[in-house]
Design a binder for this molecule. Structure first.
Ligand code: SAM
Length: 191
């Protein structure tokens, strides 16, 4: 998986990129204060969303396990003159507990969590639990279940709700997908 992503970034086959920052992110941010909030972008890729948000004045940490993507994210932050509001870390999102991260008020994940295996998902949630403040929001965009060859990939709402309980409450969902496959948005609030 890591190898394939590395290759995709190097040959420029990262065509999952969205044209615009999803309004689901921008709308959710309206409840937060720019001066007091720390944002976390999990599986940030080349940091398109992170840099856009930093340009709006938000402080953003982006994490991705592909060094080349992190290099590109840093380059984009430098070009946008937002290095002071961004931090890009090359790390595995299922090992968040190993990182020294500040308290997070709003975290989002566009298309990374659904790539993990069940053990990695569990570790991801344990790590996220530790850093997200009470009342903070985790916004997840993940594929809904579909057949891929012999495997079923993706997650349904009940699974997401159960995975993140009891520490997060699933407040709402939306089935708006920006990709060619169906995906859901999940608004999970840290209790
Ligand atoms: C579909 S791409 C989405 C990238 C970005 N969020 C976007 O919307 O453009 C999934 C991203 O998750 C990253 N990723 C997958 N598994 C990861 C892991 N275990 N730790 C960190 N990053 C991971 C990949 O390198 C890739 O950048």
């Amino acid at each position: 998986m890591k190898f394939l992503y590395s290759l995709a970034f190097i040959i420029g086959a990262d065509n999952w990129k969205l044209d615009k920052v999803p309004h689901e992110i921008l709308d959710t941010l309206m409840e937060f204060d720019k001066n007091e909030s720390q944002i976390l972008d999990l599986g940030c890729g080349i940091g398109k969303e992170s840099v856009f948000l930093a340009l709006q004045g938000w402080r953003v940490i982006g994490i991705d396990f592909i060094i080349y993507a992190i290099h590109k994210a840093n380059k984009a932050a430098n070009a946008a003159n937002v290095l002071d509001r961004t931090l890009f870390i090359s790390a595995d999102v299922s090992k968040l507990s190993l990182l020294k991260l500040p308290p997070i008020h709003f975290a989002y994940d566009i298309g990374c969590f659904h790539l993990l295996n069940p053990d990695q998902m569990e570790c991801y949630i344990v790590g996220l639990n530790k850093i997200i403040v009470s009342g903070g929001v985790f916004l997840l965009n993940a594929f809904t279940p579909r057949q891929q060859g012999k495997k079923t990939v993706g997650l349904d709402s009940e699974t997401v709700k159960n995975l993140f309980s009891p520490d997060f409450e699933l407040e709402r969902t939306s089935n708006h997908s920006y990709w060619r496959y169906p995906a859901n948005w999940y608004w999970l609030r840290r209790k």
